[in-house]
Design a protein around this ligand. Structure first.
Ligand code: ARG
Length: 484
């Protein structure tokens, strides 16, 4: 079995044109077809700020382990600042740069010459890429959290405007029981709140330092991993170098969370799309996030919401691709892992496009509360009618049967429940009295549901307050660590 190329810093003369971190044991250059497959710079270029950061910390760690002199370490650190400034100014990689680590190594050689060759002592791209990806992920979780939060804020703002509006709730897509429209809208708020908890957990999983693990067996120089952890802002140090170079659980967690966010956005989008159809007419879309038809002049299509619904499929695809990759791997680093970043970046990029668009689309929706109210039919108060009988002493089963009869009569006569003659009520159950009409009012129906988490006006007010508190900024784990 052939072994993977080892990470060595000496380069063969012919490889010097295309700067490489390996090649000494090779007699010939790689084929163009191999480079095209193997080079990951097109995907991992965005990791450069993190790779520079960890490289600076590594230069200091090598100095404190007596591998570099203070001058060498300082020279590398300032060289990395030059690299950073060049990349910040828009310098693009060459197609021949194998990956972001190679690119930075090349630019560092440009900046400080031969001393740059000492930086790769005791480290491998295996612990390097894991570290850079974790740092990137820790930041990405915060960006995602902020984007989810903005959507939740837009939802809460809208919920406040429709707090006292009543609309049908649905189960099986069939009219069920009247609810406050805010109660419906906030049913999409709490799933996103759970997603933010998942994002925090994924961020914690990412905050474990792999640097110092080397290629697989641990660094052979006495570098201080505690120092690296502190400098780079990790919460913990990986306890096993073999695991550390191939642990991608944190990416799987981000992808699962992204998938859940995608699913939650998809369900919100689906509700809004259905409620925005002429048949429902509960929602009117704005003009900032919709498009027209090239053929049908009357159309205003909810494209942003449809694209959000569709994007959930991509999230799921990314999660599946990563899990399928991890499943078949032997322990430690294998090159299959290079594609982890495609899934991570695609999911994150997609969500960072979709979330603001959904927040904007929702923010510009106007809710047609009169259409919502008009959709409440008297049969939706059938449960309330049964509860009325229960309050008068009937068992629920008995009450259910009696009201069922009335609903059947209403269906066959085409009359609303409140339009049925008093005799029908009396025939259905002896406990029906003249106050029965109160039980058929949607306002009464909602008033009866003041249980915590219910749709009663006081319960909904409390829910709105709870949602507002959930959005108050809380100290991040990193800043609370710093304070400790
Ligand atoms: N570009 C690689 C990746 O993303 C870096 C690690 C390469 N390691 C190696 N032994 N060739 O996974």
């Amino acid at each position: 079995m052939s072994s993977p190329p080892s990470d060595v810093s000496t380069q063969p003369a012919e490889a010097a044109k295309s700067h490489k971190l390996w090649g000494g044991r090779f007699g010939a250059s790689p084929t163009a077809a191999f480079d095209a497959l193997n080079n990951s710079i097109g995907v991992d270029f965005r990791l450069w700020p993190y790779d520079v950061r960890l490289s600076k910390a590594w230069a200091v760690a090598l100095w404190s382990a007596n591998v570099l002199t203070l001058e060498e370490s300082n020279a590398i650190e300032s060289g990395l600042d030059v690299v950073s400034a060049r990349l910040d100014a828009g310098e693009q990689p060459l197609p021949s740069d194998e990956d972001v680590h190679t690119l930075i190594d090349r630019l560092l050689h440009d900046a400080v010459g031969g001393v740059a060759s000492k930086l790769h002592t005791g480290r491998s791209r295996n612990d390097q890429v894991a570290t850079a990806t974790r740092l990137w992920t820790m930041d990405a979780c915060q960006r995602l959290d902020a984007a989810v939060r903005t959507l939740q804020q837009s939802m809460l703002d809208q919920a406040r405007t429709i707090e006292s509006a009543l609309m049908p709730s649905y189960t099986h897509m069939q009219r069920a029981i009247p609810v406050s429209a805010a109660h419906w809208l906030l049913s999409h708020f709490w799933p996103l709140e759970r997603d933010r908890t998942r994002l925090k957990a994924a961020q914690r999983s990412a905050a474990v330092l792999p640097l110092g693990s080397g290629a697989v067996a641990g660094c052979a120089y006495p570098i201080s991993r505690v120092l690296l952890q502190g400098t780079l802002g990790f919460d913990a140090i990986s306890p096993n170098s073999i695991d550390a170079v191939s642990d991608r659980d944190f990416i799987a967690e981000v992808l699962f969370t992204s998938t859940m966010i995608g699913i939650h956005l998809s369900r919100l989008a689906e509700d809004l799309i259905i409620y925005g159809s002429s048949e429902f007419g509960f929602v009117q879309f704005g003009e900032g996030y919709t498009s027209g038809s090239s053929m049908m002049p009357q159309k205003r299509n909810p494209d942003a919401l449809e694209l959000a619904r569709g994007s959930a499929a991509r999230m799921l695809g990314n999660l599946t691709a990563l899990l399928a990759t991890l499943k078949g791997l032997p322990t430690s680093y294998n090159k299959d892992l290079q594609d982890d970043k495609r899934t991570l970046f695609d999911a994150t990029d997609t969500l960072l496009l979709v979330l603001p668009a959904v927040a904007g689309a929702l923010g510009e929706c106007s809710f047609r509360t009169e259409r919502m109210y008009a959709a409440l039919s008297s049969t939706m108060m059938a449960t309330d009618l049964a509860d009325y009988l229960v309050r008068k002493g009937a068992t629920f089963r008995e009450a259910h049967g009696a009201v069922g009869k009335l609903v059947r009569e209403s269906e066959s006569t085409g009359l609303e429940l409140q339009a049925l003659p008093v005799e029908s009520f009396a025939a259905a159950h002896v406990l029906f009295g003249p106050d029965v009409m109160d039980a058929l009012s949607p306002v009464q129906s909602v008033l009866h549901r003041e249980v915590e988490g219910g749709t009663g006006p006081t319960a909904v007010r409390a829910q709105i307050d709870a949602a507002r508190s959930a959005l108050l900024p809380v100290p991040t784990p990193r800043s609370s660590n710093a304070a400790a």
